[in-house]
Write a new protein. Structure first.
Length: 424
């Protein structure tokens, strides 16, 4: 296989004489309207992070939020300001209705293409928020919250790395001090709190409604201090008020695991739903083994996992299109690639792989055969330095483009690559 020669294309960023950061929304939601005509991004072009929408046909850009208070302190944005600013992790899109949901200061808000901001509700005192999600039918917004003590520290004196994450183990504090997280579900029309599910001894940062049944929410235990292989992914069934563990220990895995069973000591991350709400995709690594990507079927309760080649040691994210074809921003490498040597303080996290991946790849999974077909498309050229510079590639709705972030100089910009959809 020859090195990819296709070039990424700039879609949103700064001109040669300007310097600011522009990034996609977090990959648990789309950054594109359902018709792929409008792209939603977060940009600090006016000195503060705000949400902008770009018409990809006309090139017109409009600012939808008007934050002037910097970044709200929350998960990932540890050195933000307490109770002030835009929650960069809170921005999620209802792509079918072109409605953006976000947290400004302590207000839970929404805004449409008309630019009218509506305050739906408020974050209770002493709560820390994270990535939000809107249900596929547009009726409900889930805002994950955790007792504020989880991030009660001074980032300047007790922070580490580029992102100023606390020097203590957050999940260990949650366990030791018996802190809780809360799945807070709001009515997107009235702003009323429909329900709040308390989850003890848990730090929740990712939530995703089941696309086919919004009464089921997938959530995580972030950065587990132990047993990440079986503590990361969970479901809450509001029908039955039941908490369900998704990945368990066992040897009944289909696919090609290269002999590695599912263990509590594995590392698992970045779960996401298939469109029909029956499949969960995740990735991670086996304890003392290679990286892997996995699939779980809710109906059969069957697992498929595929171990990656031993040399695929560069951290990456897996997301998928509407046909369950994956894309990835790491892991893949050519045999003659020379490893990048880079000081990257965000490597000091719970994941076992360095953040030095270079390629945006389309990945066709053949679960029954236990095979992954890697189709490298381009180099993303991101330095991975900090959360916002993670490429986080996502397909558009048509599946013929992949959008991603990259910072290869001073500024983060959004790029895309055209995708051939015949899997060749």
């Amino acid at each position: 296989m020859s090195n990819p020669i296709r070039q990424r294309q700039l879609i949103s960023g700064c001109s040669a004489n300007e310097h600011f950061d522009t990034q996609l929304l977090y990959f648990t939601c789309s950054s594109l309207s359902a018709d792929d005509r409008r792209l939603y991004v977060i940009s600090n072009r006016d000195g503060h992070p705000n949400v902008f929408v770009k018409d990809l046909t006309t090139g017109e850009e409009r600012q939808l939020t008007h934050n002037t208070k910097g970044i709200l302190k929350s998960y990932v944005y540890f050195d933000g300001t307490l109770n002030e600013g835009l929650g960069k992790a809170s921005v999620s899109l209802d792509s079918k209705r072109d409605v953006i949901y976000f947290i400004q200061d302590d207000s839970i808000c929404k805004v449409g293409l008309d630019g009218k901001v509506v305050v739906l509700n408020h974050v209770p005192d002493n709560r820390m928020t994270a990535f939000t999600h809107v249900s596929d039918d547009g009726r409900w917004l889930c805002v994950p919250m955790t007792d504020g003590r989880c991030l009660d520290y001074d980032p300047e004196t007790e922070g580490s790395g580029l992102d100023k994450r606390p020097i203590y183990n957050i999940d260990q504090r949650v366990q030791d001090e018996q802190l809780s997280s809360y799945l807070c579900v709001y009515d997107t029309a009235t702003g009323d709190l429909r329900y709040q599910k308390q989850v003890p001894l848990c730090w929740i940062t990712h939530v995703q409604f089941n696309p086919a049944d919004p009464e089921i929410i997938m959530y995580n235990h972030e950065w587990p201090c132990r047993d990440c292989g079986i503590r990361r992914i969970w479901l809450y069934n509001h029908h039955t008020d039941e908490i369900i563990r998704v990945r368990t220990e066992g040897t009944d895995t289909l696919g090609d695991t290269k002999g590695y069973p599912r263990k509590a000591a594995d590392w698992v991350c970045h779960e996401m739903w298939s469109d029909d709400g029956n499949i969960i995709i995740y990735h991670g690594g086996y304890a003392d083994g290679p990286a892997m990507v996995g699939r779980y079927d809710l109906r059969s309760r069957q697992y498929w996992e595929i171990a990656l080649p031993e040399e695929y040691k560069s951290y990456g994210h897996f997301t998928m299109d509407h046909q369950q074809i994956l894309c990835c921003d790491g892991y893949f490498k050519f045999a003659d690639d020379i490893a990048i040597v880079r000081e990257n303080s965000t490597d000091n996290g719970p994941d076992p792989h360095k953040k030095d991946g270079e390629y945006i790849s389309r990945v066709v999974p053949l679960w029954e055969e236990g095979l992954l077909k890697w189709i490298p498309l381009c180099k993303h050229e991101s330095d991975w330095l900090g959360q916002d510079a993670h490429p986080h590639p996502v397909y558009n709705h048509a599946g013929n483009r992949i959008y991603f972030n990259s910072r290869s100089d001073k500024d983060i910009k959004v790029y895309f690559i055209e995708v051939m959809t015949d899997n060749n």
